[in-house]
Design a protein around this ligand. Structure first.
Ligand code: BMA
Length: 332
């Protein structure tokens, strides 16, 4: 039995695993929870992040508009499943050069030292990692971009590690990056990032081909007594383009660039119609997870086909057992 180190969240969204299912992750029966036009001006709402807040939940949502401009919007929910999303995007306060907006997408939200930090893919002469924070989901302050372009998928750890703030990210390029490995970086102050370490990369052979083209961190890593549970996306290139699936790994608690376990099999991939059909077909892209320390339950929020948002369920034991049953060599 593995133990999640987090708060109790007894009321979080949950459904039991369907009888007879062999899958380590199972979908909410009423997916997708957020439709593409849940906002008057939205073309699509996906790749979004949620977090417990006060008596309910808050979220930061990627909403692409009907002019197909990518931005991030705050939202609220009492149950984690029914959301109301603001009609106006988040406006950040901060240094005038840094808050200039080119585009914003794929947010993550991390509770760190009492503040809700948002990281996202931020356009600044190419994609990089934007960082901001809020304490009330009404006013937002933006810090310096974490890295030079080009980088995507910046995900903070929820506490300092060995005295430093820590982040996973995926260096990339200007376009639809045809490569990508996960790196670990640290910072004394959330402004200056360095001491970069390679965590893990793609799998070049057909050993685990679903993650052969690129990988990137998903939700904020989940602390357990056995290590950091990292849920990530992995991509294969096919004759019909990229397919995005979801996998998991366990990283060392004190030296998170050391991979203890990694799944050879994906844990969720495009299968339902809302995952296979949309603006970009065959994409499941995880950006957030709710956890309950008492039961080990995990509710995973993921974007589907770059169009809608869904939830799936699992437990820490399901994922650790699955990684042990279908292990990938971790010395690569
Ligand atoms: C990635 C990102 C994601 C998107 C995915 C599939 O490069 O842009 O936002 O979900 O491509 O289109």
């Amino acid at each position: 039995m593995s133990k999640i180190i987090s708060a109790s969240l007894g009321g979080m969204p949950w459904e039991e695993k369907p009888t007879g299912s062999a899958a380590p992750v199972w979908r909410y029966s009423r997916n997708p929870i957020i439709k593409r036009d849940a906002q008057p001006n939205s073309n699509s709402i996906f790749n979004s992040a949620v977090i417990p807040y006060k008596d309910g939940y808050a979220g930061v949502f990627r909403c692409d508009s009907k002019s197909v401009s990518m931005d991030i919007f705050a939202g609220a929910s009492s149950d984690g499943l029914n959301w109301s999303i603001n009609n106006e995007p988040i406006q950040f306060e901060g240094d005038a050069e840094v808050i200039k907006r080119e585009y914003r997408y794929d947010p993550r939200v991390c509770l760190l030292e009492g503040k809700y930090y948002i990281t996202w893919c931020n356009g600044y002469h190419g994609p990089t990692i934007g960082i901001g924070y809020t304490e009330d989901f009404k006013t937002f302050r933006q810090l310096e971009n974490a890295f030079l372009p080009y980088n995507r998928n910046g995900v903070l750890f929820p506490r300092k590690i060995n005295g430093y703030y820590a982040m996973l990210s995926r260096p990339s390029d200007t376009g639809h990056t045809p490569f990508g490995d996960i790196f670990y970086s640290t910072s004394p102050d959330l402004t200056f990032w360095g001491r970069h370490r390679f965590v893990m990369g793609t799998v070049a052979s057909d050993d685990s081909a679903w993650q052969s083209k690129k990988i990137g961190p998903g939700p904020v890593p989940i602390e357990t007594d056995e290590g950091w549970l990292l849920i990530y996306h992995g991509v294969i290139n096919t004759c019909n383009g990229f397919v995005y699936r979801i996998g998991c790994a366990l990283l060392d608690l004190d030296e998170p660039w050391k991979v203890l376990l990694r799944s050879k099999n994906y844990i969720l991939g495009p299968q339902e119609i809302y995952e296979c059909v949309g603006d970009v077909p065959n994409v499941t892209f995880p950006c957030a997870a709710l956890t309950d320390a008492d039961t080990g339950r995990i509710a995973l929020y993921y974007g589907c086909a770059d169009t809608v948002t869904s939830v799936a369920f699992t437990t820490i034991d399901e994922l650790v057992d699955y990684m042990k049953r279908y292990p990938l060599r971790t010395d690569r």
